[in-house]
Design a protein around this ligand. Structure first.
Ligand code: DSN
Length: 417
């Protein structure tokens, strides 16, 4: 039976909570986790995050902390900064953002004034909430000009983005997405930003691991600011980061603290340091290559089973399945798959006519199953299981069989904890 890396400690003090954590682990271990933004953190990452460092306040930055007793907290933060700088060829790094959303907000606060024009990818076309969605503080504070994708190809249309930028002259242009299955051309974005007189920010939250593993082009040579998260393809702890050119260092640091945050999460920063060390290894590079290979095979197989993929396939760790030809909604598909043991999320497709609660698509990602050690052969099997489940929505016997096969597959590739 799974005990967790905390042994019996939690069980003795809080059996009720321990049980819930064990149940969650069982859920993660016995189903195929295919939400594209999720992954499994290593035991070392979990150990650092669950350490005594959670006890320490260390407001400020290494070399200038506002409390006493910060010598080790400072060293740990500096280690995380140095490792990240090396990994991403960065001039300046801030590892304190609690999340990707905080990282984005800090950049906005550092360089924008309320009412400034900002250009980001439309959430409905695969962008992120914090890139100017009306419900988010970004959409409420700045004048947002959203770009989408081409209606026919569903690809980013750089000429259209350029025209929009030249017309609106945004102060900041954001590249980056949550549901875009193709390579993003950061150089093209930079050229557009230069021509329009804009700052350029790349939000690499989804693809940070791919970039570190050199299977997606780097944004560092082009972006004034890079934001992201450490828990997705990087497979570290849940948290954010900002990379910037040196000239913005002071502005970025003071936007994070004291701008929008107080005490940094030293235990999370320590876990980020572990994750960055792991990301420098040859093994990590191989892992990222496998993530992308698995994604390509899964996409190809789904197409063979008669599914339509947005943009016709994938270059990265995720794919978007357009379910309109299957006559089911994204919500119906995601619920059915989860019941069968394959956890994905419903997702709007570009120019979706259904609302965000129902949607016409699902998003599928390979980072977590690849962390378990699954390869091309398993992707072929997973595509078959997905097809069986979605093409027989009312057949409980088939769904039971899929669920049984998923459990067998998960047993063969256990989550290492
Ligand atoms: N919510 C995350 C995702 O699933 O893509 C992005 O922040």
């Amino acid at each position: 039976m799974f005990k967790g890396y905390f042994g019996d400690v939690l069980k003795k003090d809080d059996a009720e909570l321990e049980k819930l954590i064990v149940e969650e682990f069982k859920r993660e271990n016995s189903k195929l986790q295919m939400i594209a933004s999720e992954n499994f953190a290593s035991k070392a990452v979990l150990a650092a995050q669950g350490s005594v460092l959670t006890n320490k306040y260390s407001e400020g930055y290494p070399g200038k902390k506002y409390y006493e007793g910060c010598q080790y907290a400072s060293e740990i933060e500096q280690l995380a900064i140095d490792r990240m700088a090396k990994l991403f060829h960065a001039e300046h790094v801030n590892v304190q953002p609690h999340s990707g959303s905080s990282a984005n907000l800090a950049v906005y606060i550092a360089v924008l004034q309320p009412g400034d024009v900002v250009m980001g990818m439309d959430l409905a076309c695969g962008g992120h909430l914090t890139h100017g969605a009306p419900a988010n503080i970004s959409g409420k504070t700045y004048k947002i000009v959203s770009y989408g994708v081409n209606r026919e190809t569903n690809l980013l249309d750089y000429e259209e983005i350029r025209q929009l930028a030249l017309k609106h002259r945004p102060k900041l242009i954001i590249a980056g997405a949550s549901a875009y299955p193709r390579t993003i051309d950061f150089k093209k974005f930079k050229d557009i930003a230069v021509e329009a007189g804009s700052y350029f920010m790349a939000d690499i939250a989804h693809i940070a691991g791919l970039i570190a593993g050199k299977v997606h082009p780097d944004a560092s040579p082009y972006a004034d600011f890079i934001t992201g998260t450490t828990h997705k393809t990087l497979s570290g702890p849940r948290g954010g980061f900002i990379i910037s050119k040196k000239e913005f260092a002071r502005k970025i640091d003071s936007a994070v603290f004291p701008g929008i945050q107080g005490g940094p999460l030293v235990h999370v920063i320590a876990a980020k340091a572990v994750c960055f060390k792991q990301a420098m290894t040859a093994g990590f590079r191989k892992y990222q290559q496998q993530v992308v290979k698995n994604s390509a095979v899964l996409a190809e197989e789904l197409i063979k089973h008669g599914f339509t993929l947005v943009t016709g396939g994938t270059d990265n760790h995720l794919m978007l399945v357009d379910l309109r030809n299957q006559n089911i909604t994204g919500r119906e598909a995601a619920l059915a798959l989860d019941q069968a043991g394959i956890t994905v999320n419903k997702n709007g497709i570009p120019y979706d006519t259904l609302d965000v609660w129902h949607t016409s698509g699902i998003r599928i990602g390979t980072p977590a199953v690849t962390t378990r050690g699954m390869k091309e052969e398993q992707m072929i099997e997973i595509a078959e299981l997905i097809a069986k489940a979605l093409k027989n929505m009312k057949n409980t016997a088939i769904h039971k069989d899929v669920s049984k096969k998923v459990k067998q597959l998960c047993k063969k590739f256990p989550v290492k904890i």
